[in-house]
Design a protein around this ligand. Structure first.
Ligand SMILES: NC(=O)c1ccc[n+]([C@@H]2O[C@H](COP(=O)([O-])OP(=O)(O)OC[C@H]3O[C@@H](n4cnc5c(N)ncnc54)[C@H](O)[C@@H]3O)[C@@H](O)[C@H]2O)c1
Length: 321
């Protein structure tokens, strides 16, 4: 059945993949993005699909914009945020505005327009300093950055809107998402796009520490699948749910796998560990299986191959890295 979806932050990495999938499925899609970290090319890519799409270049910090955008909308998939720990350290108020005030506006506008459900992009950064390598949702959140605190505040607001107003919400805690269209160029770029673009240019990747830090790297198609399941699953309402592969890849393994895919033999450069870097971050995805019927649709190795292919084909030659 055709439904109307709003995807916030759809000029960004994850939002553009969710909107693309919905358009390919023949759904009506409205997107909003203020291009703070998002790219116009991602919106062009959505336009090129010739689906039922409307684009608003605007900010979720403007409640009235959202009130009119959400009229007649069935589902809101809320991805917009300023997703950067260093930027939140430099300017906590700005992070608060986009992540917390923006989310509160999304919830108010959804409540006032009788939206069926809001799915919120939460973050594994909520676990922060929690001891124990395997993160499950019963652990007490302990964010260590203003960004982590802001993303957690969004979760709490979402659950509170379910309890106080009956608005159906689900918070999905993403773990280290990667895939095509992730920005490799910003100072705050995530490790996978950074390593791929460096290694494609025959440069040695830089690892902070001994390379034994590990992450639950999650190919973006898994996050898209989780969002679609979260729109429908009855038992997910009011819940916070990890969304990941449930695996553990060290930085050294990542470089080794990239060398294998690229046919290179680039030794990493090791430098001082970054203060505050969490050693291991691995999700327990049992709850996602139980409440959403989720299981990963693309594993890490296949996701990495697809991602390398995308960067190989889309990076302009001679790009200054
Ligand atoms: N990428 C990850 O590994 C990861 C992990 C955990 C959680 N998340 C969450 O997933 C979501 C998407 O992250 P991403 O990696 O695609 O980041 P991204 O920066 O590519 O996308 C975020 C988008 O939100 C837009 N935006 C920011 N402030 C806005 C505002 N006030 N109004 C409208 N649009 C605004 C940006 O322009 C951008 O297009 C974020 O909520 C992030 O916190 C991402």
């Amino acid at each position: 059945m055709t439904q109307t979806y709003v995807v916030t932050g759809a000029a960004g990495f994850i939002g553009s993949h969710i909107a693309e999938r919905l358009l390919r499925d023949g759904q009506r899609v409205r997107v909003i993005d203020n291009l703070l970290t998002g790219q116009r090319e991602n919106l062009d890519c959505l336009r090129s699909l010739n689906g039922d799409l409307s684009i608003t270049v605007g900010s979720i910090t403007e409640l009235e914009t959202l009130r009119s955008l959400f009229r007649g909308v069935d589902y809101v998939l809320h991805q917009a945020a300023l997703p950067s720990v260093p930027r939140s350290l430099a300017d906590p108020l700005e992070t608060h505005r986009h992540c917390v005030t923006g989310t509160l506006n999304v919830l108010i506008a959804a409540r006032d327009n009788d939206v069926k459900r809001v799915v919120y992009a939460a973050s594994s950064s909520a676990y922060g300093d929690q001891a124990g390598d395997l993160k499950d949702e019963r652990l007490l959140p302990m964010p260590i950055s203003p960004y982590g605190a802001a993303k957690l505040a969004g979760e709490y607001y979402a659950a509170a809107f379910t309890h106080s107003f009956g608005l159906e919400t689900v918070a999905l805690r993403y773990f280290n998402v990667f895939g095509p269209r992730q920005d490799p160029n910003s100072t705050y770029a995530a490790v996978i796009p950074k390593f791929i673009t460096q290694m494609l240019a025959d440069q040695r990747p830089t690892i902070y520490g001994d390379g034994l830090h590990s992450r639950d790297f999650t190919y973006v198609d898994n996050v898209v699948a989780g969002n679609l399941l979260a729109c429908a699953a009855p038992a997910a309402v009011g819940q916070t749910i990890n969304l990941a592969i449930g695996g553990r890849i060290t930085m050294n393994q990542l470089v080794a796998q990239l060398n294998a895919i690229l046919g290179t033999n680039l030794e990493p450069r090791y430098t001082a560990e970054r203060p505050g870097d969490i050693r291991h971050s691995q999700a327990d995805v049992t709850k996602a299986g139980q409440l959403l019927g989720y299981e990963p649709v693309v594993d890490f190795a296949e996701g990495l191959r697809r991602t390398v292919n995308w960067y190989r084909n889309s990076l302009p030659r001679g790009q200054d890295l």
